[in-house]
Design a protein around this ligand. Structure first.
Ligand code: ZN
Length: 423
C-alpha cells in the first residue's frame, strides 16, 4: 500500500515536471502527410499521442478478452466438473464406509462421469459394486486396478476377498501370493496367506511365509510363534522317521509351549524313544501354562502299568505345577476315586464344583456317594443334576461351531486352520 502510494507520488511529480518543462518551451509543430497539413503546438501533440496510445491499448485488451472468452469458459467448466467429481468421489467413499450401497453406486457413477481418469474412481466403483452384491462388476474393476502399480495391492486385496467369499481357495491363494509379493503394506495378508497355504497342505511354504512375516513385521511375534508351532506339529505328525518327527515336535513345543498338541506329540515321541523323564518335563512345562486333560492322559500313558495309587502320585506331581485349575481338580478326583481315596476325591470334587460345575463332575459326585457310602438317594440327586448341567469342555471349532473328538490343526468339518479351541 505504502509502496503503491510512493509510486503514485513519484509518477505524478514526473508528469507535472514534464508538463512544466513543455510549457516553458513553447514551439510549433507542422505535419505534412499525403496532402494533409496539421499545425499544432508541442503540448497538444504530446497529449494527442498519449490519447492514441491509451485508446489502442484498450482496444487490444477488449479484442483479447472477446477472443479468449470461449476458452476461459471451457476451462472454468472443466474445473467445476473436476471439483464436482472429487466431491462425488469423497461422498461415495463416505457412503461405502457407512454401508449405503445405493448411494455409493450413484456417487460412483457420477464420479466416473465427471472425472476423466478412471483409475481414480476404480476403488470406489469396485467397492460400491461389492457392497451392493454385484461381484462381476467388482471383479472387473479390481482387475483394472491391478494393472497400475499404485493401485495393484488394493486391487489384489479386493480380488482376494471376492475369491474367499465365493470359496475359491485356489484363486485366493494366487491373489494372496501376488499381493504379498508386492512387498508393500501387508495389512492382514500374511495371516491369510499362511492360512491358505496351510489349508492346501503347503507347510514348508507356510513356514516360509511366517519367516518373511516376522522379517517384515507383518504379524506379531506371538502370532508368528503360534502359527509356526502349528506348522511344525503338523509336519511332525506326518513324518515317518521318529527322530525327525521328534525334532519337529520339540521345535513346535519350544515355539509355543502352551500348545497342548505340541506337548502331547513331543511326549509320545520321547516315550517311544525310551525317554520318559524328558516326556514328563515337556508335559509339565505346558501344564504350567495351559492345564488340560490331554496332558493328564499323556502323562498316564507314559506308565500304563502303574496301579491306582501310583497313578494318583503321578497326577499329583503333574498338577502341582499349576494346582488351582478345574481340570487339575477333576483329574485328581478321578485318580483318587479309582484308588478309593474317598476323602481326597471329595476335596477335589468340591474344589472343581466351586470353579466349574459340569455334568461330568456331577457324575463323579454320584459315583463317590455310591461307592463310599452306598447312598443311592444322594447319588440319584447328583445324577439328576448332571442332565441339566453344562457339559464338559471339548474341542470346538470357532468357525463352524462343531465339536471334534481330538485336536487337529484343521477343523475336521470345515477345514479352518487353528479353528479348534478347548471350551
Ligand atoms: Zn469348523
Amino acid at each position: 500500500m505504502i509502496r503503491r502510494l510512493a509510486l503514485f507520488v513519484i509518477v505524478t511529480a514526473l508528469v507535472v515536471a514534464a508538463a512544466v518543462w513543455l510549457a516553458d518551451r513553447p514551439g510549433e509543430v507542422v505535419v505534412h502527410w499525403q496532402g494533409w497539413r496539421v499545425d499544432t503546438t508541442v503540448p497538444v501533440l504530446v497529449l494527442a499521442l498519449i490519447a492514441i496510445l491509451t485508446v489502442s491499448s484498450f482496444a487490444l485488451k477488449l479484442t483479447r478478452g472477446i477472443v479468449g472468452f470461449p476458452r476461459r469458459l471451457l476451462a472454468a467448466r472443466r474445473a467445476r466438473r473436476t471439483r464436482d467429481g472429487y466431491r462425488a468421489l469423497s461422498d461415495g467413499l463416505a457412503a461405502i464406509a457407512s454401508g449405503d450401497p445405493r448411494r455409493a453406486r450413484k456417487l460412483a457413477r457420477r464420479a466416473d462421469k465427471l472425472l476423466e481418469d478412471r483409475s481414480l474412481t476404480g476403488l470406489l466403483t469396485a467397492q460400491a459394486a461389492e457392497l451392493s452384491g454385484d461381484e462381476t462388476e467388482a471383479e472387473r474393476r479390481f482387475t483394472t486396478m491391478v494393472e497400475r502399480s499404485e493401485t495393484a495391492f488394493l486391487g489384489l486385496k479386493g480380488l482376494l476377498a471376492l475369491a474367499l467369499k465365493r470359496g475359491d481357495r485356489v484363486a485366493a491363494l494366487d491373489y494372496a501370493h501376488r499381493a504379498w509379493a508386492l512387498g508393500g503394506p501387508t495389512d492382514g495378508i500374511a495371516a491369510t496367506l499362511f492360512d491358505l497355504q496351510a489349508r492346501a497342505g503347503q507347510w514348508p511354504e507356510a513356514e516360509a511365509t511366517l519367516a518373511e512375516a516376522k522379517k517384515r513385521g507383518a504379524m506379531s511375534n506371538g502370532d508368528v510363534l503360534h502359527a509356526r508351532a502349528l506348522a511344525l506339529v503338523e509336519r511332525s505328525r506326518v513324518t515317518a522317521d521318529p527322530a525327525e518327527a521328534l525334532k519337529l515336535a520339540l521345535a513346535a513345543h519350544k515355539a509355543d509351549s502352551g500348545l497342548v498338541p505340541a506337548a502331547t506329540q513331543t511326549a509320545a515321541l520321547f516315550h517311544r524313544l525310551g525317554k520318559p523323564r524328558k516326556a514328563e518335563s515337556v508335559i509339565a512345562t505346558t501344564w504350567r501354562i495351559n492345564p488340560h486333560p490331554d496332558l493328564v492322559e499323556a502323562s498316564l500313558a507314559l506308565a500304563p502299568a502303574e496301579n491306582p495309587l501310583q497313578r494318583v502320585k503321578r497326577v499329583e506331581k503333574l498338577v502341582r505345577a499349576n494346582p488351582d485349575s478345574a481340570d487339575g481338580h477333576m483329574a485328581l478326583a478321578e485318580a483318587a476315586l479309582a484308588a478309593k481315596l474317598w476323602g481326597q476325591a471329595r476335596t477335589h470334587l468340591e474344589a472343581a464344583l466351586a470353579e466349574r460345575p459340569t455334568g461330568g463332575l456331577y457324575v463323579l459326585l454320584a459315583k463317590l456317594e455310591r461307592e463310599e457310602r452306598q447312598d443311592e438317594a444322594a447319588a440319584g440327586a447328583w445324577l439328576a443334576k448332571s442332565t441339566t448341567a453344562p457339559s464338559e469342555p471339548a474341542w470346538v471349532c470357532t468357525a463352524c461351531n462343531k465339536g471334534a473328538d481330538a485336536w487337529s490343526v484343521t477343523c475336521p468339518h470345515c477345514g479352518t486352520v487353528d479353528g479348534l479351541v478347548w471350551r
